[in-house]
Design a protein around this ligand. Structure first.
Ligand code: PLO
Length: 426
């Protein structure tokens, strides 16, 4: 489908008239090629997102600068294409930008009001209390893996390990019941997939709303010890969140909390299995798991393209001018491979890079990922436990056969088939 954006005055910096636009493939059939094209156009280029033009920021320094620039906002009403109706609910990516009020789309003081309580609940210090529970969930999933892949069959590490782990953790944190988790995953899969017909996606969005709204009402009546209940309860002095805002934050947390960490875990495992020399350094202890995690985040940012911010004023970036009303996407996968930031070998996986690896895969500025520490904690428990339990882990398909999901915004693998121990190796 396409949503033509018409009738605009041409100009060299107009995202709707530039000629060197990179078309983003919704089915992600050649991510390497696409990232390379974007990076060649660094630090900024125009992109075509299913018929809609926007700016894509691909330079590390420029992304950092723009992410703290108050002239770029999250308020969709600042988007000219939205105001004019050129983009509407028929656009397959609408669910990424026109969402409930939540910290994800708020600006300024309103943003702080929506975000503070959640952010404070998941600081590195507060998260230490969660560590034993994450270890327990991990151990149980490793048992499931052994059961399913113990014989002479390969097992999909995504379905049995990388997916249920972050899903269980974020759901426990927010107080989402265990029974709901498989359905939620189904719904989010349909939500993100660009193969889902748009009318079905809108139904999915409706069902997610029903599920979360019921949950919030139930917890408002009977608050328990979870983050959703904490968000409902009024703070002394502070302005309480409305039901819509709690629902919005809850949706954002569950979506971001499971979708992204799956990607981190799978890309780390895949990279290590493709680089046995580096895996050896890690298992010997000469390189830390934190280096594996940070290098994976840099090279394979779970967020390929983050939609979207809108310009309220003219903003110069490189030799381009972003105009008021334009949409701006941060293309994090390209940003992580910016050679002026990471050197000529920016495309290589290398856990021995000097630390800290200064990537911005978790964003930067006021919207920097509030769950970053949780994600790092999950990966730092899951990865060593997996390799300790299955030292013979191997990819069960050639690397080139591992494909991405048809998800435009997320760097999400379709599956990661592995041998826990290859039968012929004993
Ligand atoms: C998912 C749909 C929700 O209704 C709103 C929402 C909030 C946070 C977004 C998330 C959506 C999609 C995945 C995002 C997440 C924030 C971080 C995460 C973009 C749109 C990333 C980085 O991929």
């Amino acid at each position: 489908m396409s949503c033509p954006v018409g009738h605009h005055t041409p100009g060299s910096g107009d995202p709707r008239t530039a000629t060197d636009t990179v078309t983003i493939d919704p089915l992600v059939r050649d991510l390497a090629g696409e990232t390379a094209r974007l990076r060649e156009a660094a630090p900024i280029t125009t992109i075509d997102l299913l018929g809609v033009r926007a700016w894509s920021i691909t330079g590390h320094a420029e992304a950092r600068r723009l992410l703290t620039d108050a002239r770029l906002v999250k308020d969709i009403n600042q988007w000219e294409a939205w105001r004019t109706g050129a983009v509407d609910h028929q656009w397959p990516l609408v669910g990424m930008v026109a969402v409930d009020p939540s910290m994800f789309i708020a600006d300024g003081a309103e943003h702080r009001r929506l975000r503070t309580k959640t952010a404070q609940a998941i600081t590195p210090r507060r998260l230490e209390a969660l560590r034993p529970r994450i270890e327990e969930i991990t151990a149980a999933l490793l048992d499931d893996l052994a059961e399913q892949g113990g014989g002479s069959v390969p097992v999909d590490l995504k379905a049995v390990f990388a997916l249920p782990l972050p899903m269980a953790v974020v759901c426990e944190l927010m107080g989402v019941s265990r029974e709901l988790q498989p359905r939620l995953h189904e719904l989010y899969k349909l939500f993100f997939s660009m193969l889902t017909p748009q009318d079905e996606r809108l139904q999915v969005i409706g069902e997610l709303d029903t599920i979360f709204r019921e949950m919030v009402r139930e917890k408002a009546a009977h608050p328990v010890d979870d983050l959703t209940s904490a968000l409902i309860l009024a703070d002394e002095g502070g302005e309480p969140l409305t039901e819509d805002e709690v629902v919005g934050n809850l949706k954002a947390m569950v979506a971001a909390g499971h979708e992204t960490t799956i990607s981190l875990i799978l890309h780390a495992v895949r990279a290590l299995l493709n680089h046995p020399d580096q895996l050896k350094l890690v298992l010997e202890g000469s390189v830390g798991w934190d280096s594996v995690i940070e290098e994976t985040l840099r090279l394979e940012s779970p967020s390929t393209h983050l939609l979207m911010r809108f310009a309220t004023e003219e903003i110069e970036v490189g030799d381009q001018v972003i105009r008021p009303g334009d949409g701006v996407v941060i293309s994090y996968r390209a940003v992580g491979r910016d050679r002026s930031q990471h050197g000529p070998d920016a495309d290589a996986f290398d856990v021995t890079r000097p630390t800290p690896i200064r990537h911005i895969a978790f964003g930067h500025g006021p919207h920097i990922c509030p769950g970053a520490a949780l994600s790092r904690l999950e990966a730092s428990i899951a990865l060593p436990a997996l390799f300790a339990r299955f030292p013979g882990l191997e990819l069960a398909v050639p690397n080139e056969e591992i494909s991405n999901m048809p998800v435009l915004t997320q760097n999400d693998l379709a599956a990661l088939p592995v041998w826990l121990a290859r039968p012929d190796h004993g």
